[in-house]
Ligand binder design. Sequence first.
Ligand code: GAL
Length: 667
Amino acid sequence: MGGMLDKVAGVVYGADYNPEQWDRATWAADLELMRQAGVNLVNVGIFSWAELEPCLGEYRFEWLDDVLDALAAAGIFVNLANATATPPPWFSTCYPEALPVLADGSRLWPGARQAFCPSSPVYREHALRITRLIAERYAEHPALVMWHVSNEIGGRNALCYCDESAAAFRKWLEVRYGTLDELNRAWGTTFWGQRYSEWTQLLPPRRAPTFGNPTHDLDFRRFSSDACLDIYRAERDVIRAVTPDIPVTTNIIPNHRDLDYWRWAPEVDVIAADHYLKAHDPEAHIELALTADVARGLAAGEPWMLMEHSTSAVNWQPRNIAKQPGEMIRNSLQHVARGADSVMFFQWRASRFGAEKYHSAMVPHAGTDSKVWKEVVELGGILSRLHDVVETTLEADVALIFDYESRWALETGSHPTVDVTYLDRVAPLYRATWDSGITVDVVSPDAELTGYKMVLVPSLYITRESTAARIDQFVTAGGHAIVTYMSGIVDEYLHIHPGPHPGAMRDWLGVWVEEFFPLRAGEQVGLDDDSQVEVWTEMLRLDGATPVTTYKDGPLPGVPAVTRHDHGEGTVWYMATRLEDDATARLVNQALKVAGIKPPIPMVTAPSGLEVTRRRGDSGCFLFLINHGSETAHVLAKGHDLVADTAINGRLSLLPGRVAVIQEEAP
Ligand code: GAL
């Protein structure tokens, strides 16, 4: 891993390892099985605080000493947790004030995990204390190559409305606004008579009689994400002071709703992401690809770690669907295809007890005579052949602007319709590029766009002037953009940009909106290309753009639904309505054609469901082909397929469900 875990050669392979759930005979068996699978890294101690400190100030480190010594002796490296993910029962009994509080004022109880307020001073005090003890005790341990701070910080407790959070929120607001006048202006408190005259009047947006102030809500979400980041930073800094040369990270959930990971990315030494398939989604592999691309975006294009995924079913969805034969390997290699230099799972051995005893693992309850174990060993073999892939990167012509804040803002408070949600337009735009074999870099609204040929802008509700200006310059200079409705509407304080919508983008989109016309639940409107739209329409007025399609019926017959504007040297497309996925794909393909963007390889036949990426670097070029579809794909390629370990002499036929990673010959 590019200097990050330099003792660990090749692709990192392993899992969360929870030996505290098992006897010592099982530990010995585990080490032998890890050797068989080719495991080279395990995450240890994530939920072990209560095992290490069963009573306040009473420590039991010996078992962990033994585990780490045994791992070191077996040549397996450790990403060691600081154990703060779940405080022990004694902590919640002594300090009930640290338990999180919901917006309605009710306090959550201990008994699960993550039952703490991220802003709690007493949680921080004890978390830093145990962190320091662990860091000092294991600083020199030969197995230690990385630190794992907490676990999915804020994953279940990001939003806490308690009095400690209120105090921290006030401080955060003082830093952000300086004066109450500034805050009152930003929050628009003249509306509904909300002017604050003392800082002490400010509270988290607790449950109120009706809609709260939207900027108050948004700032609380920003604060909450920052509060989680702050406790991460504090734990990290304790560790860094003890072991300045060992990388520190925390595992994130890239598509999590409560955290703005663009702000986290610079604070971790390596992006470590968790991903679980949405079992109800027949095309869950496309959502996987998007999430992996978000992780790569957070890593600024550099390799990242897949810290957790599952070998088969999870335990926490309503129906936990087992993976089909071959699906786990496809999923794992998909992450690698999209820039991961590690493949790790939750967890090593399936638990016999506890809330996740039905969750799959590398060693299932069924033991080694099982599909899962055989694939775990097979995957280990494949990964060992992918060592040169490590540190290579992907190249993309297309960027997709992804904004956690716009998601918060669009999905809280009152809007023209409840049916406009953020990912709703991200997914089909992404999917259209995925279907065409086009790699997309997911970027923040502050990202530099130079170097890309196209930018996708789904529902960028909050648009800062600087972002709008950057897209404008990008298009003026010859770039291509696709923008969907509910973009460019408000500034970072949620004030509507002056003049007709979309105020921040109107000039270069070549359109303006006279009035929004959201549709009734289930209502469909026809377009002149015979496709149907739903959810959203707008009384669009042209100012330089030309119509691509218009409404045939519904509230706005004859009004443009999709437009094209040749602006400067480039082109910008505007989707003023919620197109069907096929119509979205047609438009994206038209725009890709105009922009001259092509997939990375020539196909002989390109059945749907073939995923293609290329990683490139000093060690060579690696073409990843993953056939999620039901037909054989025929591809022109030359090199060595590292999955099947065979030469490819010009043409490859890839059966449904199979993966090839071709180390390409230099041209
Ligand atoms: C993750 C979590 C793990 C485990 C896993 C189960 O969100 O970090 O500890 O619970 O889910 O899928």
